[in-house]
Write a protein that binds this ligand. Sequence first.
Ligand code: UP5
Ligand code: MG
Length: 204
Amino acid sequence: FDHNKVTVLFVLGGPGAGKGTQCANLVKDFDFCHLSAGDLLRAEQNREGSEYGEMIRRYIREGQIVPMEVTVKLLENAMRAALSENRPGEGWAAGKGRFLVDGFPRKMDQALKFDEDVCKSSLVLFFTTTEEEMLKRLLERAKTSGREDDNEESIRKRFRVYKEQTMPVIEHYSKQGKVATIDATASIEEVHEKAKAVVAQLFS
Ligand code: UP5
Ligand code: MG
């Protein structure tokens, strides 16, 4: 993708930190196209005729990272579709080409591949809070989410994979000075204000 036409922000943070919630808010502020890697994988899992459906289901339930080729391809296709279509979501301004890539990259191999083959990110928004808070939020969400990984056993596995595989990605981008860390413990609205200020600075 042409860097003059596309701006990518990665959105990272532990399971339940509030990535999806905050992306939904930022979409309205800045005309982003919001692409959640997890949502794309869940859609592919349920797509009739997908050769990856069963594999994705297994990985997600175990909290493991799906082989990167699958996820990178899904993201690339979604970006291409967004750029050629008019409205992937409310507020999307194709002309600005702004993407929020949520929950990705969560393993070093994905990060290197996406940077190399697709596009370098301008910034990483890193939402952080305690495991205790994340567990509380996810168990609450479990009552209505229908997500197969919103149970305590899967959540514990997600926490472990996050620490072992995703934290190194955050450290990698930190060394490049690309990470904006946002404390996500406060209320949704307060976290939104902080995130909005960070992104506004990037686009100023
Ligand atoms: N909530 C949010 N903010 C709050 C706040 N400030 N105060 C109080 N409550 C707050 O929020 C979670 C819940 O908390 C919601 O009920 C919300 O209202 C409340 P949400 O915004 O959904 O948090 P988010 O960080 O998006 O949590 P999510 O569960 O989506 O994070 P994960 O990273 O675990 O899930 P994701 O969908 O990204 O990935 C799922 C799986 O897909 C992975 O485990 C993995 O198996 C697979 N995957 C890959 O293999 N590769 C990838 O590249 C990506 C995913
Ligand atoms: Mg999410």
